[in-house]
Design a binder for this molecule. Structure first.
Ligand code: ME8
Length: 523
């Protein structure tokens, strides 16, 4: 049995339609999940929607519908987006599902059994937008003396009876966790932020609400629903079979398990302070790492509904193509940093990297074989040094550099290795000039074409996690068998078999047709 690998995105608030930030997170996570599957791992990949809480209740009220109806409608857009973007999730979880209510109540009871929950009265600054209480010392003054959270969202003074979680008791254990597991919080900048926050001391956390009922009921406490973050974070356990399915838990949420949370930088505190404390209290295993990626900005500006610059990922996929959008987001933005997108930048990247560097390489080589050898695959007889050099370079890129980068959650670094390898193929084809060899040394021409065939197929396999549909279409066209499309089985031994089988290749249609900029306004 291969080693399990659990990976999750944050679950999105379905109080509006998905935006490009949601698409970015799920695409990055998908690439990592696909990569791990191609390494032969037993992957469980979960994404979904976070449906409870005051914000959902308020949005539904403003639209004159029930929160459940709002959640049903919006969750379907999130699911559609995932399907359109070719996201290979194993489970799309909705926190309104019954098994999730059961999991949330079970973790609550486990925390209660540890003596970490007590009933008190909450008075404090609450931000509806962030669904979070803030300490007095964190509050800042906005325009006209308005009280604002550190995120710049409005806060209100709120008083209610509430259950509390004894977070204050976990300071030392959390600091020990960050010390013993230095890559628990990534990237480094986020780790430093959290270290400073926890070193400053922790207040107990209000974990129930009585002012509305759209949430998971607190067991044994009439009128209380759980603070939405308690139930939201627990989604990760629900998908792993908590509390009933011990086998599934042993597989995907075990002590020392390979569990990765991919989330945005604004919610790192919830995932690296509250979440491990809840898990410690409930005596459950902790994740291995939490990666806080950066924010996507529209031409350098923060996206906001009021400015009207929130990009719809479905429209971008329609205009530029799903793989073009995926490739752009993963190559353009260093994972962990903020990044900008614009129609120009998507067009530019797609045309230069996918079109010119890779697409043309495949197109030129395969058409040449189709035309000059009648589609018969060239045989490799005597490889020259230049051929060995190219294949060694490709091999290092696809078998060492790219897997290392993907393993370290650095897709843009992996893509960079891939692109350099594609450039090397272009240099090789120009230097070897098979079109000249055709007349002067047809035997040598065959070796060059065979070398390129193997190199192109390996590059296509290596980029499958990023552009799954286009790379698979190319591999289908080239006759590369499905069981060879793995990082751990990427060698060239399939080639001889393919030649023997009498496979013939036709001139391919262009993989990445040149993109043009759409008319000004729309993108
Ligand atoms: O935070 N660029 O939900 P959410 C990149 N329900 N990522 C962005 C982004 C942007 N412009 N805007 C948001 C929530 N995100 C909670 C999570 S998890 C147990 C509960 C990211 O819909 C954001 O950082 O506001 C988060 O990781 C995800 O999108 C969902 O955000």
């Amino acid at each position: 049995m291969s080693k399990p690998f659990t990976i999750t995105t944050a679950i999105s608030y379905p109080n509006g339609r998905p935006h490009i930030g949601h698409a970015y997170e799920v695409i990055a996570t998908d690439a990592i999940a696909r990569f791990q599957r191609m390494m032969g791992r037993d992957v469980f990949f979960q994404t979904g929607t976070d449906e409870h809480g005051l914000k959902m209740a308020q949005t539904a009220r403003a639209r004159g519908i029930e929160p459940r109806a709002l959640a049903d409608e919006m969750a379907s857009y999130f699911r559609e987006m995932n399907d359109r973007l070719n996201i290979s999730y194993d489970r799309f979880i909705r926190t309104s599902e019954p098994d999730h209510h059961r999991a949330s109540q079970a973790i609550w009871q486990a925390m209660e059994a540890s003596g970490d929950l007590y009933l008190g009265r909450y008075e404090g600054w609450y931000s509806v937008r962030d669904e979070a209480f803030y300490d007095e010392k964190e509050i800042v003054e906005g325009e006209g003396g308005a009280k604002l959270s550190p995120q710049g969202t409005p806060v209100e003074w709120t008083v209610e009876e509430s259950w509390f979680f004894r977070l204050s008791a976990y300071q030392d254990r959390l600091l020990a966790l960050y010390r013993d597991q230095p890559d628990f919080i990534q990237p480094e900048s986020r780790r430093n932020e959290i270290l400073r926050f926890v070193e400053g001391g922790l207040s107990d956390l209000s974990v129930s609400r009585t002012s509305f009922d759209w949430g998971v009921k607190v067991p044994g406490a009439e009128g209380h629903v759980m603070y939405v973050w308690v139930d939201a974070l627990t989604n990760y356990l629900t998908g792993c079979g908590y509390p009933d399915d011990a086998d599934r838990m042993a597989r995907y949420w075990a002590e020392g398990g390979d569990i990765t949370h991919i989330i945005g930088k604004d919610i790192v505190r919830f995932h690296t302070v509250y979440w491990p404390a809840f898990l410690m209290s409930a005596k459950l295993p902790l994740p291995r790492r939490v990666f806080g990626h950066g924010f996507l900005l529209n031409r350098g500006e923060k996206m906001s509904k009021s400015v009207g610059n929130v990009a719809d990922p479905m429209a971008l996929a329609d205009t530029f193509g799903v793989d073009q959008l995926r490739y752009f987001l993963l190559s353009e933005v260093t994972f962990g940093n903020d990044g900008s997108y614009s129609a120009e930048a998507i067009v530019q990247r797609s045309n230069s990297d996918l079109g010119n560097a890779f697409g043309n390489l495949a197109q030129r080589t395969l058409s040449f074989i189709a035309k000059n050898l009648g589609g018969r695959l060239p045989a490799i007889n005597n490889r020259a040094e230049a051929d060995e050099e190219l294949l060694t370079l490709i091999d290092r890129a696809v078998r060492m550099d790219m897997p290392k980068a993907m393993d370290e959650l650095a897709p843009s670094v992996a893509i960079d290795h891939w692109l350099r390898a594609a450039f090397a193929c272009n240099q090789y084809i120009d230097a070897q000039a098979p079109w000249t060899l055709r007349k002067t040394d047809p035997e040598r021409m065959e070796v060059v074409l065979a070398t390129l065939y193997v190199a192109i197929a390996q590059l296509a396999v290596a980029i499958l996690p990023v552009i799954p549909a286009s790379a698979a279409a190319l591999l289908d066209h080239m006759g590369v068998p499905a069981d060879k499309r793995r990082y751990d089985a990427i060698g060239s031994n399939w080639y001889d078999d393919l030649v023997q089988s009498g496979f013939t290749i036709e001139a391919p249609r262009p993989l990445f047709p040149r993109l043009e900029l759409p008319d000004a306004q729309e993108a």
